[in-house]
Ligand binder design. Sequence first.
Ligand code: GLC
Ligand code: CA
Length: 556
Amino acid sequence: MEKRWWKESVVYQIYPRSFCDSNGDGIGDLNGITEKLDYLKELGIDVIWLSPVYQSPNDDNGYDISDYQAIMKEFGTMEDFDNMIAAAHERGIKILMDLVVNHTSDEHKWFIESRKSTDNPYRDYYIWRPAKEDGSLPNNWGSCFSGPAWEYDQATDMYYLHLFSKKQPDLNWDNPAVRQDVFDMMNWWLKKGVDGFRMDVISLISKEPGLPDKEPGINGYATFNVSANGPHVHEYLQEMREKVLNNADTMTVGECSGVTLEEAKKYACSDEKELNMVFQFEHMDVDADEKTGKWCTRKMNLCDLKEIMTRWQKGLQDVAWNSLYLENHDQPRSVSRFGNDSDKYRELSAKMLATCLHMMQGTPYVYQGEELGMTNCPFDTLDNIRDLESINAYHELTQQGKISHEDMMAAINYKGRDNARTPMQWSDEKNAGFTTGTPWIMVNPNYTKINAMEQLSREDSVFRYYQKLIRLRHENEIIVYGTYDLLLPDDPDIYAYTRSLGADKLLVVCNFSENTRTFSIPDQFTNGSIMISNYKDPTIQNNMSIRPYEAFVIKK
Ligand code: GLC
Ligand code: CA
């Protein structure tokens, strides 16, 4: 397997709005990030993925961009950006920009032009269609944020396509001028010194010709995934590779909604003609419900998770490269979802989840606060919710009678995106030390107990555990490149696997339950040594008793 720096790196995702506010307006900003680079250096990460910092009216918190070459006012200035990137590079930390080019904001100058007239030079930058002959919408596609994916526009008596909010019109990638403008913009950022891109819903950019009706989903519309892996997506990414990405030593990760293993082998193929790796979603759907999709409080079945992760670990071995994540700004907190966030088990289970993920093959991503074991937030009322996905889904699904008010609020508290977007918990001071002003979204009340300052003061904290996992990965090639093999596929509580590289071998054992279980250590590991563990000093023996949420790694 070819060695690459981006295979050996650990990435930390920053959601700037919620990371650190330097000027007391209640909104995180670039200078706030710069202030905290030493914290990230101490954690040991190599790369920062910065959620969007471009100019935006913030319908979807920066994922609706009105100028790709300007910084969002609330976040600071271009000079602040340049300072931040220089300060990161000084510390050996690379920066990935979030590239959101499936759509722009409706306030982007291209769209302002496009909607003016059918012969405007920018008309074909977007996807315009008239109503069907019977006056109905151009097709039955739905927006990811509820309702149809079409918005009527008076000026030309036509509809435009928006797979996300109506303030996020989809770009027409079949238009070569669109592609060239995007490539020029990307080259401009590379020249500025950024080290690569995380590409937002990049699997959706190539739409099926004729935009046909599709099988409707839960809310009556076909889901946005109808556009996943379209006919020209690989061609367009290869063009991007040639015209942009090959101009520098870049790292790229594509957010690929609806990606299958077979498609991932193309996007992230080791011939390096497209992207370095993709974010797949199968393990994020592991606890979805048939009737209400993600909006439920169902717990996953561990065997399903093992099956999915193993299929991707084995499937991409030697032919492509995995990314590893349990959290990001679109997902709830993993300790509340896959672990146990009670006082008794929160730290243990957060470390267990980290062990399970960080010992796999692929590039690990840590989402801000995950390294503290931050939990979901008790929002309780819709007034406390800021995320348009949750708010729109609440209205749509309760009005359609698909779910009761109580169940939907429970689902939002459990799965809503705002769980990941509450302010980073720096200290037990007012507002968790995030801001001296009024935070744009509520602070999780548990910040008095769960915060970075407290965890830095303690050797056995979740933070220190992440620090150790990251260091181990940097020091042991087997953690990066070793082959993965699953043990006990049918065990409902224990996730155990091995990694092998040459004569070296690791055994990873993780208890996902509160049950104490016995586990028989394979012979070749009984004389091994503990590399890391979340309980003090487990004693390796043939029939080992595995305690609640226990995790350890044995080196042969
Ligand atoms: C991606 C982003 C998400 C955003 C959506 C539309 O899924 O991660 O936050 O809302 O794309 O840009
Ligand atoms: Ca601020």
